[in-house]
Design a protein around this ligand. Structure first.
Ligand code: GLC
Length: 828
């Protein structure tokens, strides 16, 4: 016992020191210079056509000082490959999942320019200097190039700007609209990042969406090196974008709306798989959950206090001396039993995994990787070492499929042996604690499958992306019938196909709660629908007030996890006193009530690529007011959330877009297109339901592992007409692929004092075991009769609260269609 206490103290002391070192080192990072700078005069202009060849949907041109290859696809997408000087073989990033089909093209020469007609679009290619302009079907200029310049280590394209707003851009601090800002892509361990100083964050998605009155378009750079977008910062009416090498692949994605561009972009880079339902529940975490008794205590306390939760995360504390794929034998002597015990309490276990492998000859993973040459080497063939948690660390060379397969096997064995349900991929930028750029040194070389060797700096941004691909494959091998849950800190376009992203080490400050809104919304527009932040803040000490505000907002973010650093105060909901504990319980419980709605939104993200957490401008692009709103957002299309992002605020202004809205808490109907003032007591969160929405909910459970309730409830807010297509399946397996799912359609229409509601199964391949469907109609006044199946409904089947204007109707869920007519006058 004494020994254990001694080593416990030692371990906790070491963790605290690590946290301090981490903080110290990362301070430098905040003022780090940008990497993407260049001197315009040192670049030469790409120009002059020598040859022009059309082949299928492609045009190849030999220029006076380089090459260009332009491909035309359906949906108006154009792929451009530019080479300054001689052609280099580009590196496949893996971002592209599926390109749109090739378009048929017609080319004609007009003066010195080439005009390309493809579908309803037209492209004009100029050669002096080289530039492309795209026009849509109404001949409106969508996107115009001015010139392209390059040097041995730069390729930059300039375009003209009009009144564009810019969105997406991946993981960025700052406001929603990126007009006037400079974005740079270099995955970095951005500990404690900040609004104004941070240039680099953990995850690089070089994709922006531009909107102006007449046109919307996306620009996506598909290169794994450092890239950048200047969205009118240097020159207000110019956009430039480029990369730190002499060639670049990019895509122009025109669309009528932001939605269309997001759908096309996610069609190209892939969409998220259906997540397991449990991963949409509440997750609890803190760097310091050890020994195993502590983990149990946290889990038991959640259950005792009736705070619903599905997942406990294990941070690096569980490992044996920070060796990946191991458990500390003193503090976690029976990991499998732990996972089983947690499972019996309704919890899944998610374990952190870093890519860095401790350099230790006694350690099997290191020995095997070293013997097989799986770790990253430098030009002299020596294994590159760096410093991470276990001190001297080596880094798998994930660029080779052989290394990824090895990692997949390790992940598979780990999952199978210990019964862990999810992997939290951290430090995968990759992070290194001592290097100037906090990552692998420039001397690090990666070997590609085709035998080429490249310097780390040319492929830096896909390191973590490749790692999560390997982990995902490991999951598939371990349990092909189950849906994987992976969380990642680093990412690249397409990462949504494998992992959810959390936005790393934020701070316990209101400013960070506020910045999470545009950050998550823009990540959502960049294809990453499954996104969240450390609720309460990671670094620094959270206050009770901040926690109350954050736990409320977190209930309306796609990924919902409380997490913090080991040397910050405890951050479990009950550690802030009775009031905040109650607030936490209420919001987490509400999250569990809304799970059918949330799951349905994830199904939408899976099928269309549209985000779950979305800026108002996505659904109301025609309303100029919404262009820059980033202190409120939509959670799915039907709920508008206006969190309190400042300390001490007891009310706030909320903009409600056109149409009418219901106050979620009071059912009061409010006309949209205006700003209202909402009271914001500590336990309040301004929340509104779009009129005509149908929100599926169920009775909340303490965990999704408890069998689903026998009732599904549709909260209907009828004004004119509305509909919902509700998707359901077993929530955990891949059986939906064999047709084991249901699509249930709910339609309602209000006509001459009569409200009609129709329910029908469009598909019924999954046996939900449910007994009833419950309709809860809001805003119902003066009920006179209810007709169901052509006859007056039995009063036992319904209940009407006249004061609240709420009518509840119970229908047996037999699989048959239902038609209900409610004769009344609805609240105007
Ligand atoms: C990194 C992660 C953080 C984690 C810590 C220790 O800072 O971002 O979430 O707690 O490492 O593993």
């Amino acid at each position: 016992m004494l020994r254990l206490i001694r080593i416990y103290r030692k371990k906790i002391g070491r963790l605290q020191r690590l946290a301090e070192i981490y903080l110290q080192n990362r301070k430098l990072n905040l003022s780090q210079n940008k990497l993407g700078g260049f001197n315009r005069d040192e670049l030469q202009t790409l120009k002059g056509v020598k040859t022009f060849v059309v082949e299928g949907n492609r045009i190849f041109t030999e220029l006076a000082n380089g090459q260009a290859e332009i491909s035309f696809y359906q949906d108006g997408v154009v792929g451009v490959k530019l080479y300054g000087g001689t052609r280099k073989e580009p590196i496949t990033t893996g971002a592209i999942h599926e390109l749109p089909k090739a378009a048929e093209i017609e080319v004609c020469k007009e003066g010195n320019d080439y005009h390309v007609e493809y579908q309803k679009y037209r492209a004009v290619i100029k050669f002096d200097p080289f530039a492309i302009t795209i026009y849509n079907n109404t001949r409106v200029k969508v996107c115009a190039g001015l010139q392209t310049r390059f040097s041995v280590d730069k390729m930059v394209v300039w375009k003209e700007l009009k009144e564009e707003h810019f969105y997406a851009g991946g993981e960025q601090t700052g406001p929603l609209d990126k007009r006037g800002r400079y974005l740079e892509y270099w995955n970095t361990d951005a500990f404690g990042y900040h609004n104004d100083q941070t240039i680099h964050t953990y995850c690089s998605i070089p994709f922006v969406i531009a909107t102006r009155d007449s046109a919307t378009y996306g620009l996506f750079i598909d290169e794994p090196c450092c890239g950048f977008f200047d969205l009118g910062r240097e020159e207000p009416d110019r956009l430039y974008f480029g990369v730190n090498q002499s060639f670049m692949r990019y895509y122009i994605i025109p669309g009528e709306t932001i939605k269309e561009v997001v759908e096309k972009y996610t069609g190209m880079t892939g969409r998220m798989p259906l997540p397991p339902l449990w991963s949409l529940g509440f997750h609890i975490s803190k760097w310091s959950y050890f020994p195993v008794e502590k983990v149990y205590k946290i889990a038991e306390t959640l259950r005792r206090k009736k705070i619903p939760a599905d997942v406990v995360h294990l941070d690096i504390d569980y490992m044996d001396g920070f060796r990946v794929f191991t458990f500390d034998p003193d503090f976690f002597p029976h990991p499998r039993k732990m996972a089983e015990k947690l499972a019996s309490m309704g919890f899944k276990t998610v374990a952190i995994l870093d890519p860095g492998v401790k350099k230790d000859d006694e350690y099997q993973v290191y020995r095997e990787g070293q013997e097989k040459g799986y770790f990253t080497k430098n030009a002299d063939g020596e294994t590159v070492t760096g410093e991470v948690w276990p001190k001297e660390t080596v880094f798998p060379d994930f660029y080779r499929s052989e290394v990824r397969s090895w990692w997949s096997r390790l992940v598979k064995d780990f999952l199978t042996e210990y019964g862990v349900s999810g992997i939290w991929n951290d430090m995968n930028e990759p992070s290194e604690l001592t290097d100037l750029y906090r990552t692998l040194p420039e001397s690090a070389r990666h070997r590609l499958d085709d035998g080429r060797e490249v310097s780390h700096r040319f492929v830096h941004n896909i390191y973590g992306f490749l790692e999560v691909q390997a982990a995902f494959a490991g999951f598939r091998e371990a349990a092909p019938e189950l849906r994987p849950f992976l969380l990642s800190r680093s990412g690249f376009p397409g990462v949504q196909r494998y992992a959810a992203i959390w936005t790393g080490d934020n701070r316990s400050r209101f400013q960070h709660l506020a910045l999470a809104i545009p950050m998550n919304c823009n990540l959502g527009l960049s294809g990453v629908a499954f996104v969240g932040n450390d609720v309460g803040g990671f670094n620094e000490h959270c206050t009770a007030e901040l926690f109350a505000r954050w736990i409320a907002m977190g209930a309306f973010t796609p990924f919902y996890r409380v997490h913090s650093i080991c040397n910050a105060r405890p951050q479990e909901p009950w550690t802030f006193g009775a009031e905040v504990e109650k607030i936490s319980r209420e919001f987490i419980t509400l999250r569990y009530r809304l799970l059918p709605y949330i799951y349905n939104q994830f199904y939408q993200a899976h099928t269309t690529g549209l985000p779950v957490m979305r800026p108002l401008v996505l659904d109301y692009q025609d309303d100029p007011e919404t262009a820059t709103i980033d202190d409120e957002y939509l959670f799915g299309p039907d709920l508008l959330v206006a969190p309190v992002t400042e300390e001490g605020r007891l009310e706030r202004k909320v903009y409600l877009p056109r149409g009418s809205w219901f106050d979620f808490w009071t059912d009061r109907r409010i006309q949209g297109g205006s700003r209202i003032t909402a009271p914001t007591p500590l336990d309040g969160l301004p929340l509104y339901v779009r009129a005509d929405a149908v929100i599926p909910v169920w009775q909340p459970r303490q965990s999704t592992s408890v069998p689903p309730p026998k009732e599904l409830i549709f909260e209907i807010y009828p004004v004119v007409r509305g509909e919902l297509t509700y998707y359901e399946d077993d929530g955990t397996t891949t059986r939906f692929r064999n047709g084991e799912y249901n699509l249930l359609k709910v339609e309602h229409e209000q006509n001459l004092g009569q409200l009609a509601v129709r329910i029908s199964y469009l598909t019924r391949g999954y046996d939900s075991g449910r007994e009833n469907l419950i309709l809860r109609l809001h805003g119902v006044k003066e009920l006179s009769r209810i007709i169901w199946g052509g006859e007056e409904m039995d009063p036992d089947q319904w209940c009407y609260e006249a004061g609240a204007g709420l009518l509840e109707i119970v229908l047996p869920d037999t699989g048959d269609n239902h038609e209900v007519f409610v004769k009344q006058g609805l609240d105007e």
